[in-house]
Design a protein around this ligand. Structure first.
Ligand SMILES: Nc1ncnc2c1ncn2[C@@H]1O[C@H](COP(=O)(O)OP(=O)(O)O)[C@@H](O)[C@H]1O
Ligand SMILES: [Mg+2]
Length: 342
């Protein structure tokens, strides 16, 4: 596809000012909206590039995103078609993607990363409340528009793979593989039902990237990454970032986001944001526990236990362990006895 040149007019209305980025479906440009006089970001899809299904997906993104009004989600202003060219006009953001920001800054301090992840979760929560999931959350689809007291201010972009949870149509089932292997949930890889927990998994992946400084399952082969998402437990934090080895609350939070079965993750963004807030406060020395309802199923339980209960828990664990050992010992003696008699 030919890039649009500065001065070119789209839909008789938008004058292209400059090229911003080349995405998966077309170009993104800074442009002036002749109707309002405002500067906008114009995302363009040329039909030749992706066929009619691509166009449906493109308008799907525009239609869903334009229903959102949230400080952490890019604002869609208008959308339409101009011959074979489809366009989405958005608020023009100044800054860089979180992907580039992290490349420049490396790891983020845990508290900063938790604050960022909470804002991302809130933006996604707004989408879930409108009945759709993002499905393509990754650092290159998150934009850093500035900093507030050292914490990046973030906006979610690119609802191009978003899917309504109340309808059956899935515009991504085309035989082509959409999404980035590094940022896909197990159920997405397996082609199963996708709901808000899939986005929870991706928030876990982004948080991992921010605190560890590397993607979870950072491998050269896409197939190895996909297999790992489906089958491999994430390493312990201390193995990949020794200074985080003692941060057990953060480990619990990440593990709960990154559980393979969707129903073992935080059930929704509200629960996740609440957990992040509690982890942050506990890191600051506040004696708060994790609410019981956050601790269903197989989730690790250590953060619920307040400090004064811990010695009892340890004693109980030791006793259970000893009991187990003696049961096994007795069984072995019996077995030896029986075998000896045969
Ligand atoms: N509203 C915007 N303001 C400024 N830059 C944007 C805006 N929207 C997208 N971009 C830039 O364009 C890139 C591609 O946009 P994105 O919506 O992610 O499209 P794609 O589906 O092609 O990945 C982004 O990574 C970002 O750099
Ligand atoms: Mg993108």
């Amino acid at each position: 596809m030919r890039d649009l040149a500065p001065g070119e007019v789209v839909a008789g209305r938008f004058t292209v000012q400059r090229f911003l980025a080349r995405g998966g479906m077309g170009g993104v440009y800074a442009a002036t909206d002749g109707d309002s006089g405002n500067a906008v970001a114009l995302k363009i899809l040329e039909e030749v590039e992706d066929g009619p299904l691509g166009r449906r997906r493109f308008f799907n993104e525009a239609a869903m995103c334009s229903t959102l009004d949230h400080p952490n989600v890019v604002r869609v202003l208008d959308f339409g078609a101009d011959g074979p060219r489809a366009w989405i006009a958005m608020e023009l953001l100044e800054g860089e993607t979180l992907h580039r920001y992290l490349k420049r800054n490396g790891r983020l301090p845990v508290e900063v990363a938790l604050a960022c992840a909470a804002r991302i979760a809130e933006g996604l929560g707004a989408a879930h409340a409108k009945g759709f999931v993002h499905r393509d959350l990754k650092p290159s689809n998150i934009f850093v528009v500035g900093e507030d007291a050292g914490t990046p201010v973030l906006k979610l972009l690119d609802f191009g793979l978003a899917k309504r949870t109340d309808r059956d149509i899935d515009l991504t089932v085309t035989g082509t593989f959409l999404g980035s292997p590094r940022y896909m949930s197990p159920e997405q890889i397996k082609g199963q039902e996708i709901g808000p927990p899939s986005d929870v998994y991706n928030v876990g992946l982004v948080l991992w990237r921010m605190v560890v400084g590397k993607d979870l399952f950072d491998r050269p082969e896409a197939s190895a990454i996909l297999v790992a998402h489906v089958t491999e437990k994430p390493p312990r934090l201390g193995e990949v970032a020794p200074d985080l080895a003692s941060h057990r609350d953060l480990e619990w939070l990440l593990r709960t986001c990154l559980a393979k079965p969707p129903d073992e993750r935080f059930t929704d963004m509200r629960e996740l944001v609440e957990a992040m807030d509690i982890v942050r406060r506990r890191a600051n020395g506040e004696a708060v526990g994790i609410p019981e309802r956050t601790l269903r199923g197989e989730r690790p339980v250590f953060p619920t236990v307040s400090r004064d209960q811990r010695p009892w828990l340890v004693a109980a664990a030791v006793m259970v362990g000893l009991a187990g050992v003696s049961v096994v010992g007795v069984a072995l003696v019996l077995l030896g006895f029986l075998l000896g008699r045969v």
